[in-house]
Design a protein around this ligand. Sequence first.
Ligand code: NAD
Length: 421
Amino acid sequence: MRIAIVGGTGYVGFCTGLGFASKRHDVVLIDLNAKKLAGVREGRCPVYEPGAAEILRKVLDQGNLTTATIIPEADIILLAVGTPSLPDGGINVTQIKKVSETIGSTIKTWNTSPVIVVKSTVVPGTTETVVKPIVESTSGKHAGTDFGLVMNPEFLREGVALKDFLNPDRIVIGEYDKRSGDLVATLYKDFPGTLMRTSLAAAEMIKYANNAFLATKISFINEIGNLCKRLGIDIDEVAKGIALDKRIAPHFLQSGVGYGGSCFPKDVAALASLAKQNGYEPKLLNEVMALNKRQRRLLLDRLGPMKGKRVAVLGLAFKPNTDDVRESPAIDIIGDLVNQGASVVAYDPQAMITMKQVFPNILYAQTAKEALQTADACVVLTDWNEFKELTIEDFTQMHGTQIIEGRRILKPEINADGLCW
Ligand code: NAD
């Protein structure tokens, strides 16, 4: 199939594009960022994702992936643009609206009936009440007859995005019309996982409920972890014990400094905001968000006043194997340290370029060991595998002895103070 992906150099657009191209579909990535598109043509990935460079090289060589700045004629036009948060927690649909206009004016002259697939995370109702009317008015065509409409949420995780995309637990196809649902089902025909066909709004809600549930699991285990810390109980033994219950499962049960990233914080906030708009007080969701923020505060409180002190921050990405720092705990923690008058020296294997855009004026070390040199204190905020290799000797280069782990990754003999263990 010919698939045009709008937002094609973003995390979701790019990984989706690589995934479909690796299945021999003809994919065209469209984006506003011409520099990144040029990079893709030369084999450079616009985002850091393990394994992506090899697949990019292969699909470019096979001729299954190209780039464009305008949408070419295609069977499927997939929207993967951003839906960032508004100050009230709701989502900003500016990019969705703009792209819907562009799609409408583009398909106006087409003699075919493309299917428009919304892959961006959008609150229930958006595909039908925002995308559909804009495409209809700008194209002069009708949904369900002249063009199709599907909402197909994405569940991939950064760091394992390609594996997740190609091996989903389930594929959700929210359809406005059956023909479009059938076409998108064909697109996924040789993917593993359960294929589920729903209404547009149910598909939109499944994505939010999914992320809100996982965020709840994290805040739950952090609550238990904070209590275990006070009681001298090892939270990881407790987490392992409950994870053996099939009804619970082991994922998202690592207590620590809390969740970040471009999805959980924004999606839980958007769901809470939607609830409020509909006259329902989302008590559990509010508490999940508050507990998550509190983990960052607890770490800073444990550190104590840092004015005039040098603090090594190991790990800037919101999770390992990505360069994404959006809503990373490191942002709040570094911001607070800088405001206090501490001198921060940061290190991350992949995320220093992205973090430099947020904090251009802190110090960045070339290695974790270098960051530790002469530091009065150290905090570990991302569980990158390479931090497992740090030795007691590396930490003896510090001036102080305070080492606080927000993620459990250092060798036990280093005797760091775990946030919840
Ligand atoms: P992103 O910011 O990395 O990518 C968005 C891309 O859209 C950018 O490359 C931007 O240049 C491009 N863009 C914006 N306006 C455009 C326009 N008018 N024309 C062409 N391109 C345009 O965002 P992301 O992280 O890939 O997320 C995209 C959507 O997918 C969001 O709704 C997000 O919530 C959802 N999602 C993200 C993840 C994730 O792990 N990042 C997972 C599942 C779902």
